[in-house]
Design a protein around this ligand. Structure first.
Ligand SMILES: [Zn+2]
Ligand SMILES: [Zn+2]
Length: 263
């Protein structure tokens, strides 16, 4: 029973981390595929760092650079450049460059981060504070309910690097493609199931402003389900004009019209 409880704690913390990153930072703040409630947007920008250890603004800038330079030498974290094992180091280096660039107001970060701002710990050079807080909470939980429970909580809340590496490495190296793109993006089913639909990188790179990452009926994007739930709860609004099925249909109609003989 105790082990099951520890797993439950890890699972809830892991899910909270990826929902914050995938729906909040990624689909919401980075791409505008969903419009977050203003209070939720402000909370994530100012306190997301305290929640999951990753600053929203720095993450957003790194990710926008990834889209601008996918799988070229300027991509902050392409497996074509750093391999699978180098992914953790590349992610950390790219994130650190974003933090420093935003703090200094340097390009390209000032331009691509025009709509975001660093949270207080990073503006003040106290980036380690949220991690210390999480460690202290984990120790308190461990003292009260056993060390495994504390470790489970800490591992789940700090799982962003593992989730990111899973998406970035597998989603740009292993899997099929629905769309022929100049980058090496793939649809990786394992990464999609493990990280809330984020493994459908090929679909996402083709339609980055779509809140839904799945394209084929066999593809399951649980993050899309979270978006629907968030909309139902009034936490966000899904931008329907940029949804993937709608855009695909619009483009197909335009192509058909262009191919039709002139009257
Ligand atoms: Zn990608
Ligand atoms: Zn993206």
């Amino acid at each position: 029973m105790y082990y099951a409880l520890c797993f439950l704690v890890f699972f809830v913390a892991y899910a909270l981390t990826i929902v914050t990153t995938s729906v909040g930072y990624h689909r919401g703040l980075t791409h505008g595929a969903v419009t977050l409630h203003p209070r939720l947007r402000r909370f994530l920008m100012d306190y997301g760092m305290w929640l999951i250890g990753i600053d929203a603004a720095a993450w957003i800038c790194m990710h926008r650079l990834h889209h601008q330079h996918s799988d070229t030498k300027d991509d902050p974290h392409s497996p074509l450049n750093v391999g699978f094992l180098g992914m953790f180091g590349a992610q950390l280096a790219g994130y650190d460059r974003s933090l420093a660039g935003l703090k200094a107001g340097a390009e390209p970060y000032a331009t691509i981060g025009h709509d975001v701002h660093l949270s207080w710990p990073n503006r003040s050079g106290l980036w380690g504070l949220p991690y210390l807080l999480h460690a202290a909470i984990a120790v308190a939980v461990g003292v009260q309910w056993g060390w495994l429970m504390g470790v489970a909580l800490f591992a789940g809340m700090m799982s962003h690097a593992v989730q990111g590496a899973c998406i970035n490495a597998l989603g740009h190296a292993v899997g099929g493609r629905n769309f022929d793109l100049p980058d090496n993006s793939r649809n990786n089913t394992f990464a999609a199931w493990a990280v809330l639909g984020e493994g459908y990188q090929n679909n996402h790179h083709r339609y980055p402003a779509s809140a839904r990452f799945s394209y084929r009926p066999s593809e399951v994007d649980m993050g899309w389900g979270v978006c629907r739930l968030g909309e139902f709860l009034g936490l966000l609004r899904i931008e329907r004009s940029t949804l993937m099925p709608k855009l695909v249909a619009v483009e197909a109609a335009a192509a058909a019209a262009a191919a039709a003989p002139a009257q």
